[in-house]
Design a protein around this ligand. Structure first.
Ligand code: NAD
Length: 492
């Protein structure tokens, strides 16, 4: 497959230094593509192209309605290529095909959603604001921030790109997209789509390659006005430091260790279903995964035994096989990280009920069985640290107060979930959880209309919905003095 070119200023170009790297299928451990590795010269050209495309007004001076035509063309092309893009995502990331299809159609939906918002921006770009002094008139105007740089992770490759590219372009920004070096392929396909639909040159530039090669060049660069990052907490902190040099606008979507509180009156099967969806979907490589589960003591033994029973039935294998619900982890590094966390738990004698190893029937690929630890001490890394794999840690609790306190006892604050038949109790707990997203009687469903992001070390800002568009807009006030009487402070 040909992925050895970068998309800069509307043209496919080889990296200046000619460097490439390999993309590996995590199910087979085989090379599937040779990918362009951008260096500093390439990054410089991409910044110049995005800057020029913003400054010449070829994009930001279009009406929202005109930009929406391009955004809908992205959506249509993604839909037309659903099977092909889903196949690529399975090969590059390892996720089961049905999940990849879900991601790809969500990516199309994201472009459509922001096409609608781009259109409504035409009506709401300028709104009058009444002031307390009627000698003045004020108008509030929304303007694109300028050149944005999106740096994204590998767990939802195309979808994470859509979450940033679609609102940025809707707002009138130009963009440089840097996908994860682990999963570059669908980002390059997004470039091919931009090329096909005739997006003006320089509006979207795609730099595949490593964060350590070009990351800080981009986040430091004075010609980049906005950095939108999704990834790990350590890299988020680095980006925050590096963006400080030019006081850059940043938004950060970082990690999590989200808690799921399950009360005694819950239906056991529903609880088991959502616990599993909360930690085994996408192999547990989900920032909002409910990887800490708090179960009230009355149903603890029964719930645990049902969870073990159902988790053992999960079909593990290559994402293309029928019925597979758990694929491999994304690469060897992630496999080793997750296994190290599991082995630490075993060494510290935390109770491992099932999993924690490669399935016997799979000799190749970075597969790990669904893994369940119970009675995990609150200070153990299995309870406190993000593992980003199919590993769930469970504890029991007595009272609501104890559960909320334990859930909030974390450096993270991305998400949380609560389950009970008593909705008043669910809402009371939801209000007390220090998290950007709380699910009641479910875990993980995500909607384009609703804000996404966390508090504490889970990040800054919100994506999706109107908040996603606001990420790429500046708010300007234009205030005029309209009184006939002179101001007469100095000149009487
Ligand atoms: P990562 O932080 O290692 O990498 C993310 C991106 O940053 C990659 O594109 C990488 O090349 C780039 N990068 C690395 N060093 C950089 C630097 N110095 N400057 C600029 N860019 C640099 O994260 P990952 O391993 O790809 O993804 C997993 C993490 O992402 C997890 O912690 C997960 O929780 C988080 N995540 C969060 C959300 C969310 O919405 N909050 C969504 C998905 C993933």
């Amino acid at each position: 497959m040909n992925y050895n070119q970068l998309f800069i200023n509307g043209k496919w170009t080889s990296p200046r230094k000619g460097n490439t790297f390999y993309s590996i299928d995590p199910s087979t451990e085989q090379v599937i593509a040779q990918v362009a590795r951008a260096g500093l010269d390439d990054a410089r050209l991409a910044v110049e192209a995005a800057r020029a495309a913003f400054d010449n007004g070829s994009w930001c001076n279009l009406s929202g309605k005109q930009r929406a035509i391009f955004l809908r063309a992205f959506a249509n092309e993604i839909r037309n290529r659903l099977a092909e893009l889903s196949t690529l995502e399975v090969k590059d990331n390892g996720k089961p095909y049905a999940e990849a299809e879900w991601d790809v159609s969500d990516a199309a939906g994201c472009f459509e959603f922001y096409a609608n918002l781009a259109e409504s921006l035409d009506e709401h770009r300028e709104t009058p604001l009444s002031l307390s002094d009627d000698r003045f008139e004020c108008m509030i105007r929304k303007e694109p921030i300028g050149v944005a740089c999106a740096i994204i992770p590998w767990n939802y490759p195309l979808l994470m790109a859509a979450w940033k590219v679609a609102p940025a372009l809707a707002a009138g920004c130009t963009m440089i997209l840097k996908p994860s070096e682990v999963t570059s392929l669908t980002a390059i396909e997004l470039g091919r789509i931009a090329d096909k639909i005739g997006l003006p040159c320089g509006v979207l530039n795609i730099l595949t390659g490593y964060g350590h090669d070009i990351g800080s060049y981009l986040t430091d660069h004075p010609d980049i006005d906005k950095v939108a990052f999704t990834g790990s907490v350590p890299v988020g902190k680095q980006i925050m430091r590096s963006s400080a040099v030019n006081v850059k606008n940043i938004s950060l979507e970082l990690g999590g260790k989200s808690a799921f509180i399950i009360f005694d009156d819950s239906d056991i099967d529903a609880a088991v279903e959502w616990i599993m969806f909360g930690i085994f979907w996408n192999q547990g490589q989900v920032c909002s995964a409910t990887s800490r589960v708090l179960v009230q003591e009355g149903i603890y033994p029964k719930l645990i035994s049902r969870l073990v029973e159902e988790s053992q039935k999960i079909h593990i294998g290559n994402g293309f096989e029928d019925g597979v619900k758990l694929g491999p982890l994304v690469n060897e590094t992630q496999y080793k990280k997750v296994m190290a966390a599991v082995n630490q738990g075993v060494q510290d004698k935390v109770r491992l009920l099932i999993g924690g190893k490669r399935p016997n029937h799979l000799l190749q690929g970075y597969f790990i069985e669904p893994t369940i630890f119970v009675d995990v001490p609150e200070n153990h890394p299995l309870w406190t640290d993000e593992i980003f794999g199919p590993v769930v840690s469970i504890r029991q609790f007595k009272s609501e107060h104890e559960a909320v306190k334990s859930a909030n006892n974390s450096i993270f604050g991305l998400a949380g979930a609560v389950m009970s038949k008593d909705l008043a109790c669910c809402h009371r707990v939801a209000r007390q959880l220090r998290a950007g997203i709380v699910w009641i009687n479910c875990s993980q469903p995500t909607f384009i209309e609703a804000p996404w992001g966390g508090c504490k070390q889970s990040g800054i800002g919100r994506e999706l919905g109107i908040w996603g568009l606001e990420n790429y807009l500046e708010t300007k006030q234009i205030t005029s003095y309209n009184a006939e009487k002179p101001w007469a402070w100095y000149i009487k």
